[in-house]
Design a protein around this ligand. Structure first.
Ligand SMILES: Cc1ncc(COP(=O)(O)O)c(C=O)c1O
Length: 310
């Protein structure tokens, strides 16, 4: 099933949705986006769009930072997203990518005096990181962008150059993923994931002041750990050496789910195998994101797809 799009207020195959080559966001990174999962429940034959509203609210934050005027309310964005998925014809896990951007075809770096537009794409996503075996990571030589440079609280397109530099450096050096430190040397996050450490049986994760994206999966996992396992999370600065000494370590993200980190800078994390808390959390998380736990009903947008796309 080819990807499907909502573009200029119409639903269409992705191949028909085109923008001009002078579009401002293409040249200057002046857009912000989201990554949302539509999880397909084979048994119930329905999608669970996970934390849809939270994603659109975060995108609204990015739009405020970039002075993008969205012609939609959060409610409208949620219903357009739902409709797109219904019409898409998919019957499998999907990835939903909304993008709000400076759409004027104009030369000149700025945020003002430009038109804005909004689109959504629904597609499939190949496995992002190895959730079963875990990943080998390095500390990146690139530092995470600071709030005084490009605010990391929004998923701002231009920021992802920072992530891409780190990811490719890691990959070219034989690692699966990079861990970026903040400008002052504290653990920040992965190229597209938040990070958690298990130390003395407690969960530790960097705070927003260390320039992380405030991840929706991060928040989900903090709540699941507390509610389901009785484990509290401490949001505090972490040092690089704590990555080497932690009992367990894992990434969280919409694309990454909960990915165990089994090695950092050629040192095994804990036993070098997927840790006990990480795998317990993963099991709980995998059920919750399918929309099967009524305790977390507020996080779910459940829908059955229409028959088949023409
Ligand atoms: C840089 C970065 N950090 C963290 C995350 C995880 O955020 P979320 O759990 O909301 O997907 C993402 C993914 O969106 C990301 O791009």
């Amino acid at each position: 099933m080819p990807p499907y799009a909502y573009f200029q207020k119409q639903f269409m195959p992705l191949s028909e949705a085109k923008i001009g080559i002078l579009t401002h966001a293409l040249h200057y990174g002046t857009g912000c986006f989201e990554g949302i999962r539509g999880n397909w429940d084979k048994e119930k034959e329905r999608f669970c769009i996970f934390r849809l509203r939270d994603h659109h609210e975060r995108m609204f934050g990015g739009c405020r930072i970039l002075k993008i005027n969205l012609a939609y309310s959060v409610d409208e964005l949620c219903s357009v997203t739902t409709k797109l998925l219904e019409e898409s014809g998919y019957h499998e896990d999907v990835y939903i990518r909304p993008l709000a951007y400076k759409s004027s075809e104009a030369v000149g770096v700025r945020l003002h005096d430009l038109e804005d537009d909004f689109l959504i794409i629904v597609t499939t996503l190949p496995p992002y990181l190895d959730i079963q075996k875990g990943v080998r990571c390095c500390t990146s030589s690139w530092r995470r962008v600071d709030d005084t440079m490009i605010p990391p609280r929004g998923k701002i397109c231009g920021i992802y150059v920072n992530s891409a530099l780190a990811k490719t450096e890691a990959w070219e050096n034989g690692f699966d993923e990079a861990i970026l430190l903040s400008h002052d040397g504290h653990v920040s996050e992965g190229s597209g994931e938040n990070i958690f450490l298990v130390i003395n049986g407690k969960l530790i994760t960097p705070p927003s002041s260390d320039n992380i994206l405030m991840g929706i999966t991060r928040d989900t996992v903090i709540q699941l750990a507390r509610n389901e396992l009785g484990i509290d999370t401490i949001e505090r600065q972490g040092d690089r050496s704590e990555l080497y000494l932690a009992e367990e370590c894992y990434f969280t993200g919409t694309a990454a789910h909960i990915t165990p980190i089994v090695e950092v800078d050629h040192r095994p994390v804990g036993t070098g195998k997927v840790g006990h808390i990480t795998s317990q959390l993963h099991k709980i998380f995998a059920e919750v994101i399918l929309g099967r736990n009524s305790k977390y009903f507020d996080w779910y947008t459940l829908l059955s797809p229409k028959a088949v796309r023409a």
